[in-house]
Write a protein that binds this ligand. Structure first.
Ligand code: HDE
Length: 688
């Protein structure tokens, strides 16, 4: 290719070639000579309709969009593989669960639910966690979330739930948030949703990274072994990176500073070779347990506590490759809950049954026809043989004469049934009266909400109460706030009182009348807390080092070395994007200029200034925000003496144990502290 400085008459650079392989062509393969000027009758004349080059280019552009997903529109996909660490033939004959050490290719898409495709990443929202396993016996899609339960019990309510949370139809706002009247109006009229809202108001709904959250299959499924025996199963993804979330004030600011925070974090981690991993866990139980359990195992608003049925880890998911093309892969991937494989089966969970209709239906709308399995990201990686044919965009029609069966064409007759390895549904006995009804066994709506609340640390409980207070404060109608409060009174008095206080409610409403009296003595479960399941080091997290001209070069180098050795990322922030000239006279290039790199983008910060610059930066507003936010968000802060004026100017009255003076000798202590991620006692002290 020649990039010589040829300019056309309008001054545009002409990048031309004589090489056939790199020659630009139309979609029909015809070489293009000029891609900058349409065909005209004279230089100032009308454009001619016969310009097939321009018409084809614009025609294609006009059709670039496909309908975005009606929910989970904003998402991010990554390739990976699943490696089996424990075979479970006694439980399931699924091919993927047979051979220890075998790797199955995967594609995982994380998402938010409510926002549109262009919305910001740190919305308070449930996150989708959907994985397609390309097994040797067909694709298995585990289409789960980062919260183990759901808002509703019956799929027929899903359109209402989604309408209520999405922008109101008249005004088309608010975008990507649940903090508004319509959402809480619907929720407070749907007691079954109360348990889910306690999770949603918790820090689970503002994860620090996709890498640091759990995943759940939510529904109860079945595992079927070769003898046809069934066990119930709940699927879990446990992140090896440990759990971590941000705080709400931080989330709001991240959305402004970097609306792509989660996708950038994932892209950067994969790009850097820091591949996130999750263990696949199964909770397996039988009919006897199901019958004895306090709640209905078909009710998707309930968990099965890990203390009651332990999670057994059987394999590991490693995400290790970014997509080549976002549209082709992440946008066109078509997850379907009904994509299951021999050895796994559905149960009668009415939410799951509704989903099994919805996902196939949605793909036809989004991908334009029945042949979406021909798109590479959706195509199985095992042999595919059937008599399906034609339709929009058919790529692989059956060869030969036979396109039906049974037929008598012998070896040329095409694929045949195989009862030995073919999918078999569990022969569940089904009998009943046809009726529209909710089972009475689904009537408890508060007991597990209470269990979740009492399982949290005080810090997490504070965040939950603040979450409800924030969201309900955005409701313009007092009766909606009070109706929600009437449900929280059935969850836990401490929660109801804290929210009432936050809302300024002095006279409590009457508690909502429960359909069934809540159980108030379910034990706490440590597995439900994020803070009890954090990481034990700063690995995978990010330190922001704010440096000024003249800053101690050795200290900056020591910090970088120590943190990267622990598997952490380090970013340099400086007053200018060019960087800062450190004490050794060398220019240290910056990753962020201070006002584009606020402290909300980092898990911990270090302030390394020279005396002369320290005084100047103490008067700089973005620098003050950097420190005051890091302090308010309970982050660990390493500082050098020259940063003291800025720390003071940022409103920090007294240094606490989360702030450490940096010298060559204290770098190791600083990393140790940072491994705890946040200095929560500070938050409690600030709010006291
Ligand atoms: Fe979905 N959901 N959903 N959902 N869902 C979709 O399918 C639906 C539910 C979940 O990254 C849609 O391809 C109904 C529960 C994820 O591409 C749609 C019901 C859970 C994703 C749909 C539910 C989920 C979706 C939109 C009530 C957690 C994103 C586009 C019965 C277990 C997958 C699409 C991806 C996507 C319908 C409830 C998770 C419309 C009717 C419960 C992770 O088909």
């Amino acid at each position: 290719m020649s990039d010589d400085n040829k300019l056309d008459q309008g001054g545009a650079p002409r990048q031309q070639t004589t090489d056939r392989d790199s020659t630009m062509t139309t979609a029909q393969g015809g070489p293009i000579a000029d891609d900058q000027n349409s065909l005209k009758a004279g230089p100032r004349g009308p454009v001619l309709l016969e310009d097939h080059v321009m018409r084809e280019k614009i025609f294609h552009f006009d059709h670039e969009r496909i309908p975005e997903r009606v929910v989970h529109a904003r998402g991010y996909g990554i390739h990976g593989h699943f490696e089996l660490t424990e075979a479970i033939p006694e439980l399931s004959c699924a091919d993927i669960f047979q051979r220890v050490g075998e790797k199955t290719p995967t594609f995982t898409r994380f998402s938010t639910v409510a926002g549109n495709k262009g919305s910001f990443d740190l919305a308070r929202d449930v996150r989708g966690f959907a994985t397609k396993f390309y097994t040797q016996e067909g694709n298995w899609d585990l289409v789960g979330n980062n919260i183990p339960i759901f808002f509703i019990q019956d799929a027929i309510k899903f359109p209402d739930l989604v309408h209520a949370v999405k922008p109101a139809p008249d005004r088309a706002f608010p975008q990507a948030q649940s903090a508004h009247d319509n959402f809480w109006d619907f929720i407070s009229l749907s007691p079954e949703a109360v348990h889910m809202t306690v999770w949603q108001m918790s820090d689970r709904a503002i994860p620090r990274s996709f890498r640091f959250m759990e995943g759940f299959g939510v529904h109860t499924f079945r595992l079927i072994n070769a003898e046809g025996e069934s066990h119930y199963v709940k699927f879990h993804w446990k992140p090896r990176q440990g759990l971590q979330s941000v705080v709400w004030n931080e989330a709001v600011k991240i959305n402004g500073a970097d609306p792509d925070f989660h996708r950038r974090d994932m892209w950067d981690a994969i790009d850097a070779g820091d591949f996130p991993q999750w263990d696949l866990g199964i909770q397996v139980f039988d009919d006897a347990f199901a019958d004895a359990f306090e709640f209905d195992i078909l009710d998707a608003t309930k968990i099965i506590p890990e203390e009651q049925v332990p999670v057994r880890l059987i394999g590991t998911l490693t995400l290790d490759a970014n997509v080549d093309n976002f549209f082709a892969e992440t946008e066109q991937v078509a997850f379907c809950t009904q994509n299951i494989v021999r050895g796994i089966d559905h149960t009668n969970d009415p939410l799951l049954q509704g989903r099994n209709f919805s996902y196939l239906d949605t793909q036809i709308k989004r991908l334009g026809g029945p042949n979406f399995t021909h798109i590479p990201i959706n195509a199985p990686k095992c042999p595919v043989n059937h008599f399906q044919q034609d339709g929009h965009m058919a790529m692989h029609n059956p060869k030969g004469r036979a396109n039906y069966e049974p037929n008598s064409w012998g070896e040329d007759g095409g694929p045949r049934e195989n009862p030995e390895i073919g999918f078999a549904s569990y022969p569940d006995q089904v009998q009943g009266t046809k009726q529209r009804v909710r089972s009475e066994s689904f009537a408890d709506h508060y007991s597990q909400a209470r269990q979740f609340w009492i399982s949290q640390t005080q810090t997490e409980q504070r965040h939950i109460a603040a979450g409800y207070t924030f969201e309900l404060s955005k409701c313009e109608h007092a009766h909606i706030r009070l109706r929600m409060l009437s449900h929280l009174m059935n969850v836990h008095d401490d929660l109801a009182q804290a929210v009432a206080k936050g809302l300024g409610v002095t006279k409590m409403p009457e508690a909502a009348k429960p359909a069934r009296a809540p159980i108030t003595d379910l034990p706490a479960s440590d597995a439900l807390s994020i803070l009890k399941n954090g990481p034990d080091s700063f690995a995978g997290r990010k330190l922001g080092i704010y440096v000024s001209d003249g800053a101690d070069a050795d200290l900056v180098a020591a910090l970088e070395k120590a943190f990267t050795a622990q598997g952490a990322l380090v970013a340099i922030v400086a007053p200018h994007i060019t960087g800062a000239e450190l004490s050794d006279g060398n220019l240290k290039p910056a990753d962020q200029k201070i006002d584009g790199g606020p402290s909300v983008l980092f898990d911990a910060v270090a302030l390394v200034f020279s005396e002369a610059e320290g005084e100047r930066l103490a008067k700089d507003k973005p620098s003050k925000d950097f420190v005051s936010d890091a302090f308010a968000h309970a982050k660990f802060i390493g500082w050098t003496g020259a940063a003291q004026p800025l720390i003071k100017a940022a409103g920090v009255e007294a240094m606490d144990e989360g702030m450490i003076k940096l010298t060559a000798d204290t770098v190791a202590d600083f990393i140790g502290l940072c491994g705890k991620l946040r200095h929560w006692p500070r938050e409690a002290a600030l709010q006291a």
